[in-house]
Design a protein around this ligand. Structure first.
Ligand code: PMP
Length: 450
């Protein structure tokens, strides 16, 4: 048995004395430090507070712990690797486990997306994918293709590339001008027409045609790439209408524009398939991933590029470095070990198959909240769901926060953005957890309505 080091054991049961030093990400720091909520241990479907109270994880951490928490297969692989090779650079030097991890990822990516570049996060994957797209066009003699197209309500992380191509006003407006030459397609969500749809909405594929407007306005030969999430997660689970991604694929191909899928959430089984591309039947030219890749046990992201993209960039520099990009920790041995162990679990436990099997019960439970007070919409696809609440008059986000806190205090972790409650459990979830999660959420929504 591998025992935790004593410092780690202490952190599982004690609360920190000093909360002030840590400037927490995407957090109301003043509120949090007055009302801290913490988890200190994780196992299977659950977190545990420092006092030992169980909290069912309805969000797989941040959409990432797909195999559940505390998986020995992963933690032991990390420990073994740390004892053999803690770190070696990957700039002009290799170590075997990074190559193994890349090859294993390529085995489950859609056909043709066989070239894997390693990063450390979803944000880095987003910026990397955009830079690869620019390098690709330049290698083909089309250096003028620099325009990058994202989508309203898209989230591609917080790097300057991902933030600029992303479409979340709140994430952008503190930071000035951002990247030039970006445009945004409209969100795929049509509230009036899509409310309470189960799975993919039927109507709305035409929203992809706005790309034709951008082509007409700027010229196809100025546009490098279109980047979208197959299913937008962070902005409230916006499921693409039937045919939308197909249409986007057709238009990109027609105009020589690269299509990038941000699969940071939708990868590794969340939609019941290895990647969202497979479930939705559309293959991009470049795909980003992170989160589920290592079950989040160690930070790691990756970008899978098509053979054409790779060959074009690599062949453009017959002597010397062809892509001036990379991270000290690209292909980090501990992350690669975690990825291999996670991919073993993914296969051995058929995590996509498990997600598929429980999806009908998940969908049913989510939509059972339809009659709860203030619920204005419910969306779901794969093992993701969102319950949208009407904002309290004059106080947007307050109702969502109250529901989040009430759920946590009653033993279920949900995620809230504004007044949208999002759920994305570990894929090992069972029916009893589904009932518990949606039961607790229903209670919290009722209590909040007073
Ligand atoms: N892309 C998508 C679709 C995401 O959901 C996220 C994170 N929620 C990111 C990128 C950014 O990932 P990270 O936080 O690891 O940088």
């Amino acid at each position: 048995e591998i025992r935790p080091a004593s410092a780690a054991a202490d952190t599982a049961t004690s609360r920190p004395n000093n909360l002030e030093a840590y400037w927490m990400p995407f957090t109301d720091n003043r509120y949090f430090k007055q009302h801290p909520r913490m988890v200190a241990r994780g196992e299977g479907m659950s977190y545990f507070t420092p006092e030992g109270r169980e909290v069912i994880d309805g969000t797989a951490g941040l959409w990432c712990c797909n195999a559940g928490h505390g998986r020995r297969e992963i933690t032991e692989a990390i420990q073994r690797q740390a004892a053999v090779l803690d770190y070696a650079p990957n700039f002009q030097l290799g170590h075997p486990i990074a190559f193994e991890a890349a090859a294993r990822i390529a085995e489950i990516t859609p056909e043709g997306l066989d070239r894997v570049f390693f990063t450390n996060s979803g944000s880095e994957s987003g910026d990397t994918a955009l830079k690869i797209a620019l390098a690709y066009h330049r290698a083909r003699g089309e250096a003028q293709r620099t325009r990058l197209v994202g989508r309203e309500r898209g989230y591609h992380g917080v790097g300057f590339g991902g933030m600029s191509v992303g479409g979340i006003g709140g994430n952008r407006k503190q930071f000035g001008a951002l990247l030039p030459y970006t445009d945004h397609l409209p969100s795929t969500h049509l509230p009036g027409q899509h409310a309470f749809t189960r799975g993919q909405p039927e109507h709305g594929a035409h929203l992809a045609d706005v790309l034709e407007n951008l082509v007409a306005l700027h010229g196809a030969d100025t546009i490098a790439a279109v980047m979208v999430e197959p299913v937008a997660g962070s902005t409230g689970v916006l499921v693409p209408p039937v045919g939308y991604l197909q249409r986007l694929r057709e238009l990109c191909t027609k105009h020589g524009i690269l299509l990038i899928f941000d699969e940071v959430i939708t990868g590794f089984g969340r939609l019941g398939t290895n990647f969202g591309a497979e479930r939705l039947g559309v293959i991009p030219d470049i795909m980003t991933m992170a989160k589920g890749l290592t079950n989040a046990a160690v930070p790691m992201g990756a970008v899978a590029a098509s053979n054409d993209v790779y060959d074009t960039v690599v062949n453009s520099a017959p002597n010397g470095i062809e892509l001036f990009h990379g991270y000290t920790y690209s292909g980090h041995p501990l992350a690669a070990a975690a990825a291999l162990a996670t991919l073993d679990l993914h296969r051995a436990e058929d995590l996509p198959g498990r997600a598929r099997a429980i999806e009908p019960a998940w969908q049913e439970a989510a939509h059972s909240l339809r009659d709860a007070p203030n619920v204005t919409d419910i969306r779901d696809f794969g093992l993701i769901a969102a319950v949208e609440l009407a904002a309290r008059p004059g106080k947007p986000g307050e109702r969502g926060q109250n529901v989040f806190r009430r759920c946590f205090d009653n033993g279920v972790l949900v995620r809230v953005t504004g007044d949208i409650i999002a759920l994305s459990p570990p894929l090992i979830i069972e029916k009893a957890h589904v009932d518990r999660i949606f039961g607790t959420l229903t209670e919290a929504i009722r209590a909040e309505a007073g």
